[in-house]
Design a protein around this ligand. Structure first.
Ligand code: ZN
Ligand code: ZN
Length: 118
């Protein structure tokens, strides 16, 4: 089980290119300050109350003025954006077909959805 295969990234892309969240989230350069700080939902900009926010984890931006940001989301946006991404991911990810616990992206998607179901 410890055997790993070398992953070839076409075009020499970084691991971020395969990050499902990177494709889901809006461009932080276009967001407001509260959205970057995680006070407002990264998608719909609603102000998040304590307890209702879903933490999407610290992200680093590859370009622009915003280097690091802390996206958080409301319940409905998380379900709307992350649920289809998780379905899509589990259907297309070989790692998740074999053993979902070893896939970092699959694990992240499950964690977010667990918060969204609260
Ligand atoms: Zn929202
Ligand atoms: Zn996976």
């Amino acid at each position: 089980m410890a055997e790993t295969t070398d992953h070839i990234t076409p075009g020499g892309g970084t691991a971020l290119a395969a990050d499902p969240l990177a494709a889901l989230l809006p461009d932080p350069q276009r967001l407001t300050e509260p959205q970057i700080r995680g006070r407002d939902c990264a998608w719909c900009a609603v102000t998040l109350g304590a307890g209702s926010a879903i933490d999407l984890g610290e992200r680093s931006a590859s370009h622009g003025a915003v280097a690091r940001w802390f996206p958080r989301s409301c319940q409905s946006c998380a379900r709307q954006h992350v649920y289809p991404a998780q379905l899509d991911h589990t259907q297309n990810c070989e790692q998740c077909t074999d053993d979902p616990t070893v896939c970092a992206h699959g694990t992240w998607l499950r964690l977010v959805l667990r918060q969204a179901r609260r």
